[in-house]
Every structure is written in structure tokens, then in C-alpha cells.
Write a protein that binds this ligand. Structure first.
Ligand code: ATP
Ligand code: MG
Length: 426
């Protein structure tokens, strides 16, 4: 027998059983972004490798070891997108959406990173992200956070996620802080974990979110980022906190929050949960005021976030039973004989014309009524319609209640549609 071909490690199929949760999540996301009047942008999954090198940063985890990079047949270096922000900026610059304008955008789709697959961490995963351009105040940062909070409410998971915020300051204050941090850490070089030793010369800020306990204990007495903030960034951060306080959004200031990508400045934030073990960040974002210019556009302030949908789905599945997401069929049409089958086809289309949201299954594949009713029952439908030769001749069809102890009824087509409407609404 031929060997079965398997999916690529870390890249998941989404089977019908899971797609109901995904659809639930996606529907709510679309509804919420629309209520803030954000507009969707769709960009290709493949981009020039340079785009990510120049934006995310050469010495980040993503660019150093996680990108799916390949040469195409022309010898160009291409990369499967590991994240959406750089793509959004590239498209915005290319089509003149950013210069001297304000934009509120969102995207949703697959991202690719060659990481070690584990719960909540995959090689193809999905993000929903929002990005706003042309706004430099903390008000828009707050809007991003408020939108996140609304999403958690609509998913019923508000009490499972909490918000952490920090400010990275401007480039200069960050450079000053980096130097102070490196000076301090060099005194403990031998005691740092291996990754952190390497990062001292490449990306020292990343040491702050090292997972090593030893490193974290050394960091306890390290210089603190907020002592190095420039005045404007301080005022920006105060403006952010004040608004969050007024709106009643709880948060924790986390001095160690620095984010993995190079392009962030000022506000950074993460929504985290304790319900998923090590992969606890379900949404992360911040300001990246320098990126638009860095990628060749005219300078424009920018802020955004990205949400990991697999982690969100995992969380929803842990908190809810599957039946909360599944949608059964509504009506199952059975028929016996050629003319009855045609009548059933026609009726199925009539029902779909009348009730756009009604889930109608037309029995296919023949068999006697007993077999067909078994299928009807398994579909989860509330109602079955029965059309035999007799029903065709009298133009009155049988209606059977599959979930109620109720006698079968007969209706002509207009009254059947009316009755369907009543039952579907109840
Ligand atoms: P982590 O620290 O977990 O590696 P990150 O800082 O690399 O996350 P971002 O680049 O900020 O993550 O991406 C935003 C969100 O996308 C993360 O908070 C997470 O929810 C999700 N995410 C990132 N990488 C993966 C992955 N490999 N598999 C599933 N979800 C992911
Ligand atoms: Mg990562």
C-alpha cells in the first residue's frame, strides 16, 4: 500500500469539529473591528526576505532562526511571513496609504515560524492584528487596548486574561538604558544563561525576559528602564495610564516587558493568561513610530497588536464545552422516488430562499425512509420533511419533529414555510 502523506510538523489541519470554534472567534473579531471602524487589509503570504530583516531586526529570534526563507526559481530570496506588521507597512507605503493620513487597519491570516512545536506554539499559526497609522497620542494606544478588552468580553474570557504594559521610551533613551544594562550585566557575565551571554552584545533588552531563574535574580538589582525614559515618553505613558484608569481597565506595569521585535518604542503591552501554561501571551503589541520611515516611507506614527488565534481557541475550548460552538442542521429533507426527489430539491431551494440562515440538508444517496430518518436524526436537525409519491400527488408534505414528542403534520408549501419560520425562531 502507498505510504500516507502527512502534514508538515507544526502545521495543523483544522477539522470540522474545530472549525466551529474558529468560525465563532472569527465572526466575533469581524464584528468588533467593524464597531471601531477598522478596515481590513490583505497582503500576500510571501514577501522579500529583506522586508523582515529590515523591520524585525537581524538579531531577533525570528530573523536569526525562525524564518521560512527560500530562493524562488529566479534566485530571489523570499520568506513566508512570520508576522503581519511589516507586511502592512510595506503595503501601506507601496500604495500611499500612510503618508499624511490616518488609517485604522486590521488583518487576519496564517503566519510561519520555524519553532519547536508544542501546545500553543506551531510552525503555521494564525494571527488577527490591528494597526493604526498617523496618530501619535496615547489615545489610540488606549483604543487598541479597549478593543482587546471588548473582544475578551465577547468571548467570555475577561477574567482569564490580564493586561501588562510598559514604556520603552524613544530610541535615545533606550540606547542609554541599554548601555547601563550592559554595564551592569557584564559584572555577572559568567552567571548568566547562555542565551543571555550571547544577547549582551546582540540584543541586551531581550535579556529582561529571559526564562532563566538565575538570570532573573541577577536582574532584580539591574537598572530600571523607567529611570531612563525621556520626558515625552514619560508624559505619553502617564497619559496612557490615566485613560486606562478612567475607563476602569485593570493593568500591571511590567518593567521587564520589552517585546521580541526591534521596532517597538514607547508603549508596549501584552494580554496574558495563566490558563495555558508556558505559552501564556495571547495578544501583544505596542508603538512602532520609526518603522514606516525605516522601510522607506515618510515618517508616520504607528501602533498595533497581534493576537495568536490558536492560543485564543485553546483558551476558549478549555473554558467552554464544544456544544457552545457547534451548529446543528435545522431541517433534513427526505424523499422516495424520482418525482419526490425533484420536489425535495425544489423545496430545499425554496427554504434557502426564504430563510438565508437556515441550515438545510437534502438527503442524497437514496435508501428507504428508515435509513433516511437515521441520517436526519444524526444531523441534529430539529425537523425532517418527508416527501413520497403520495405527498407529491397531493402537494402536501410531511413534517416530523425530531426533538419533540409531537405527531407528524402535513402542509402545502406556503404553510410549510410559515411553520418552519415559527419553529426556527422558537
Ligand atoms: P512568544 O514569546 O510566545 O514566542 P512572540 O513574542 O514571538 O511570542 P509575537 O511575535 O508578538 O509573539 O506574536 C504575537 C502573538 O502571536 C503571540 O502573543 C502569540 O499569541 C502568537 N504567536 C507567536 N508565535 C506563535 C507560534 N509559533 N504559534 C502560535 N502562536 C504564536
Ligand atoms: Mg516567539
Amino acid at each position: 500500500m502507498a505510504k500516507n502523506i502527512q502534514a508538515i510538523r507544526g502545521m495543523n489541519d483544522c477539522l470540522p469539529e474545530q472549525s466551529s470554534v474558529w468560525q465563532f472567534v472569527e465572526t466575533h473579531i469581524r464584528r468588533v473591528v467593524a464597531s471601531y471602524h477598522y478596515q481590513e487589509i490583505r497582503t500576500p503570504i510571501v514577501e522579500s526576505t529583506d522586508l523582515f530583516k529590515r523591520s524585525i531586526g537581524e538579531v531577533t529570534d525570528i530573523v536569526e532562526k525562525e524564518m521560512y526563507t527560500f530562493e524562488d526559481r529566479n534566485g530571489d530570496s523570499l520568506t513566508l511571513r512570520p508576522e503581519g506588521t511589516a507586511c502592512c507597512v510595506r503595503a501601506g507605503n507601496q500604495h500611499g496609504l500612510l503618508y499624511n493620513q490616518q488609517q485604522r487597519l486590521w488583518y487576519m491570516g496564517p503566519m510561519f515560524r520555524h519553532e519547536r512545536p508544542q501546545k500553543g506554539r506551531y510552525r503555521q499559526f494564525h494571527q488577527f492584528g490591528a494597526e493604526a497609522y498617523g496618530f501619535d497620542g496615547p489615545d489610540i494606544d488606549v483604543e487598541m487596548i479597549v478593543m482587546g478588552a471588548r473582544l475578551w468580553r465577547s468571548f467570555g474570557i475577561s477574567d482569564k486574561v490580564s493586561l501588562q504594559i510598559n514604556s520603552l521610551g524613544d530610541t535615545e533613551s533606550r540606547e542609554r538604558y541599554k548601555r547601563a544594562l550592559v554595564d551592569y550585566l557584564n559584572d555577572y557575565f559568567e552567571e548568566l544563561d547562555e542565551d543571555s551571554q550571547r544577547r549582551i552584545s546582540t540584543n541586551p533588552l531581550r535579556i529582561l525576559d529571559s526564562k532563566s531563574e538565575k538570570t532573573q535574580s541577577i536582574l532584580e538589582r539591574a537598572p530600571s528602564l523607567d529611570d531612563y525614559l525621556d520626558d515625552d515618553s514619560k508624559a505619553h505613558f502617564e497619559g496612557l495610564c490615566k485613560r486606562l484608569d478612567t475607563l476602569g481597565i485593570n493593568y500591571q506595569v511590567n518593567q521587564r516587558l520589552v517585546r521580541g521585535l526591534d521596532y517597538y518604542n514607547r508603549t508596549v503591552f501584552e494580554w496574558v493568561t495563566e490558563a495555558l501554561g508556558a505559552q501564556g501571551t495571547i495578544c501583544a503589541g505596542g508603538r512602532y513610530d520609526g518603522l514606516v520611515q525605516q522601510l522607506g516611507g515618510k515618517a508616520s506614527p504607528a501602533v498595533g497588536f497581534a493576537m495568536g488565534l490558536e492560543r485564543l481557541v485553546l483558551l476558549m475550548q478549555e473554558l467552554n464545552s464544544q456544544s457552545n460552538f457547534e451548529k446543528n442542521a435545522d431541517v433534513y429533507l427526505t424523499s422516495l422516488g424520482e418525482s419526490a426527489e425533484l420536489a425535495a430539491f425544489k423545496l430545499a431551494e425554496d427554504i434557502r430562499d426564504t430563510f438565508a440562515d437556515c441550515r438545510v440538508v437534502l438527503h442524497c444517496g437514496g435508501g428507504n425512509f428508515k435509513k433516511q430518518m437515521k441520517k436526519a436524526d444524526a444531523s441534529g436537525a430539529k425537523l425532517a420533511v418527508i416527501i413520497g409519491e403520495n405527498e407529491v400527488n397531493t402537494a402536501r408534505y410531511g413534517l416530523k419533529y425530531l426533538r419533540e414528542d409531537k405527531a407528524q403534520e402535513t402542509y402545502d408549501v406556503p404553510s410549510l414555510l410559515k411553520r418552519l419560520g415559527e419553529v426556527l425562531e422558537s
